[in-house]
Design a protein around this ligand. Structure first.
Ligand SMILES: Nc1ncnc2c1ncn2[C@@H]1O[C@H](COP(=O)(O)OP(=O)(O)OP(=O)(O)O)[C@@H](O)[C@H]1O
Ligand SMILES: [Mg+2]
Length: 627
């Protein structure tokens, strides 16, 4: 209904007006009907009464022989407010007196004449004249003689004016009633619509900006059911705000967990697309965090890792059960950086029976794996070392016998020429074997106490251990150290440092390269008051690029794939620091050389061990490295 107003206020008003109009109209119709009937009935009765009374007065006048009084009575009757005309006629119908004054002119109408025959003695007759007017007629008897008729016609204007008064009264009353009730309804409607409008504004504000609590609580204002409704609404909003803040707290908690947990976390939808990942996971995959979102596993990760992960995720969706302790291995983007992930996948339920997402928790177990591997290798090396030492020990006895026999051969047998020469050669080789076995034994039998060791001996022993490889690669070794120089140290450990540095240099140096091993008395170049020994191992090998140089001292960092553990430099630095010293590395890689023609690539390791190192205590300083 287009014409029907929308707001409660105008609806109530329109409804009220409609009902009141209908009811007042009905009431007015009924009232007027009834009043009209009343007016008519009264008019009839009055006319009959007036006619009877006029007939009576005329009879009295005639009985007293005063016909003039009849005319007077007629005139007086004519002055009554509800009488239009009063007349008295003779029995034949000739008008004798009339209230209008001119009785000679007045005649009875045909209707009036026809009524004469109906009039009975002592009883007036009332009939309708033309134009809906009433007229009463009563016979005038003196004794049994009919002397005439008294006619009284009703004045309709008077009756109608009475009806009008009723009608006007009704209309006035209706107007007052409608206005008063409309005002009342407007007030009532206002008391409903105003708080409803407040409620409406509050709801809209809540929908537009759920976070802003500026408009709440809404003013209650009224103390009725709507007031109760607003109060309930305020309570509901407060409870929603409380729940939201609790939810926000939980979300911030989860967000911070996701961002800061030291494990990789990722979530997938049913089509195995990333919906959320944390920074650790992004670092593990080597793909930026934002690039993950909306992408599938094969789009970001290499096979077969992507396939294995996808299978785990699909299994979680299919079985709605977690998949635990999956181990994935792969090759990192950097060369020689294999990685191992320990992975668990689990379902994320949003309803008790529906898995909305699958989450994975990934732990980078590469370091652990490498350390396990290194431990295994170290154990193997230790066993091999023990075996080598015991073999060396066992070889020593027959070697002594051979040395003695060769001595006897040379001194007590009559040898000459080439035979003597052969004995000399055999003696030389036997001496080499003896040296090698002794070096091997020395490596194994490392002293657990610090001693003053001759550095030249120590360095020679290391170099002789690598002599075979040095010869094979035709590397020119330059020794630059004083044969008498000694140092208070754990000799076995310093030997280990050199073994690793020389080993690294040989690994890096191509055939025909050079190796310099130097040891010099020096001052600590960070603290000149401290004296000690400065060692250098320099090669003309491949060198290191900046990244390798920065990470070279990290445990398990290696570029040698399976042949390296990545522990050599880390252990060496530990030993140097334990002796109160520090290390320093400079290197130029082959790639750098391409930009600086004329320069050779290579690496220089230098470290300083002070004379006054306190070796009785465990050194607790963190490793120092300058690069
Ligand atoms: N003289 C050198 N020239 C070039 N690179 C070197 C040199 N010394 C060390 N490096 C680099 O530093 C890395 C770490 O060396 P480190 O001695 O700690 O481990 P590794 O030699 O790889 O393994 P391990 O010593 O256990 O056999 C090496 O893998 C290599 O890349
Ligand atoms: Mg090494």
């Amino acid at each position: 209904m287009r014409w029907w107003p929308r707001s409660i206020r105008w609806q109530m008003l329109a409804g009220l007006l409609l009902i009141e109009m209908i009811s007042i109209s009905l009431f007015a119709v009924l009232l007027i009907r009834r009043q009209t009937n009343e007016v008519y009935t009264h008019a009839r009765q009055r006319v009959a009464h007036h006619a009877a009374s006029l007939a009576m007065q005329a009879r009295e006048a005639l009985l007293q022989e005063r016909p003039g009084w009849v005319g007077l009575s007629v005139k007086m009757m004519g002055t009554a407010p509800d009488v239009a005309v009063a007349k008295v006629s003779d029995p034949a119908g000739n008008v004798l007196f009339t209230s209008e004054g001119d009785s000679d002119q007045a005649t009875l109408t045909a209707t009036e004449l026809s009524q004469i025959s109906l009039v009975r003695h002592g009883e007036p007759t009332v009939f309708i004249l033309d134009h809906d007017r009433w007229e009463g007629v009563a016979a005038v008897y003196t004794g049994s003689d009919l002397r005439g008729f008294a006619w009284v016609e009703d004045d309709r204007t008077w009756a109608l004016s009475q009806l009008n008064t009723v009608l006007h009264g009704t209309i006035l009353f209706s107007i007052i009633w409608i206005t008063a009730s409309a005002l009342l309804v407007l007030l009532l409607a206002r008391s409903i619509s105003k708080p409803l409008a407040t409620l409406h504004r509050g709801t809209r504000a809540l929908m537009d900006s759920p976070e802003s609590g500026g408009n709440f609580p809404l003013p209650v204002g009224v103390n009725n059911e709507i007031g109760d409704l607003i109060e309930a609404f305020n309570r509901m909003v407060a409870s929603i705000a409380e729940q939201r803040s609790g939810l926000n707290d939980t979300l911030s908690l989860l967000d911070s967990m996701l961002a800061n947990a030291p494990i990789g976390l990722a979530f997938f939808d049913r089509s195995c697309r990333f919906v959320r990942v944390n920074q650790i996971f992004a670092t593990m995959t080597g793909v930026s965090l934002s690039r993950h979102l909306g992408r599938t596993l094969p789009e970001l990760l290499p096979q077969p890792v992507a396939q294995q992960l996808e299978n785990a995720v699909l299994r979680v969706f299919a079985e709605q059960e977690p998949v635990r302790n999956l181990e994935l291995t792969g090759q990192g983007s950097k060369p020689n950086r294999p990685w191992t992930w320990l992975l668990s996948a689990y379902p994320v339920f949003t309803t008790p029976h529906e898995v909305r997402w699958a989450g994975i928790i990934v732990l980078d177990a590469s370091d652990r794996k490498r350390s396990e591997e290194a431990l295994r290798r170290a154990e193997k090396l230790a066993v091999t070392g023990r075996l080598a030492a015991s073999i060396a020990h066992e070889i020593n006895n027959p070697l002594e016998a051979i040395t003695n026999i060769l001595f006897l051969l040379r001194n007590f047998c009559q040898l000459e020429g080439p035979a003597l020469n052969y004995v000399g050669m055999a003696e030389y080789e036997v001496r080499r074997i003896t040296e090698i076995t002794q070096q091997t034994l020395r490596f194994y039998r490392q002293s657990t106490l610090p001693t003053r060791a001759k550095m030249a001996e120590l360095l020679d022993s290391v170099l002789s251990l690598y002599q075979g490889r040095l010869n094979a690669l035709n590397i020119l070794v330059e020794r630059d150290y004083d044969p008498e120089m000694d140092l208070f140290c754990f000799a076995g450990e310093i030997r280990q440092v050199f073994a690793n540095l020389v080993g690294n240099s040989i690994d890096a140096t191509a055939a025909g390269g050079r190796l310099l091993v130097r040891a010099r008395r020096s001052r600590n170049w960070h603290n000149p008051s401290q004296t000690g020994v400065r060692f250098s191992v320099a090669d003309t090998g491949l060198g290191m690029d900046s990244e390798v140089r920065e990470r070279a001292f990290e445990a398990f960092f290696t570029t040698k794939e399976v042949t390296g553990t990545g522990l050599g430099l880390w252990v060496s630095l530990e030993i140097i620091v334990k002796h109160g010293g520090f290390a320093h590395v400079r290197s130029r890689s082959a790639a750098q050389n391409a930009t600086l023609p004329g320069k050779t690539s290579g690496t220089v390791f230098q470290f300083f061990i002070p004379d006054d190192a306190d070796l009785d205590r465990e050194n607790t300083h963190p490793p120092q490295l300058t690069a």
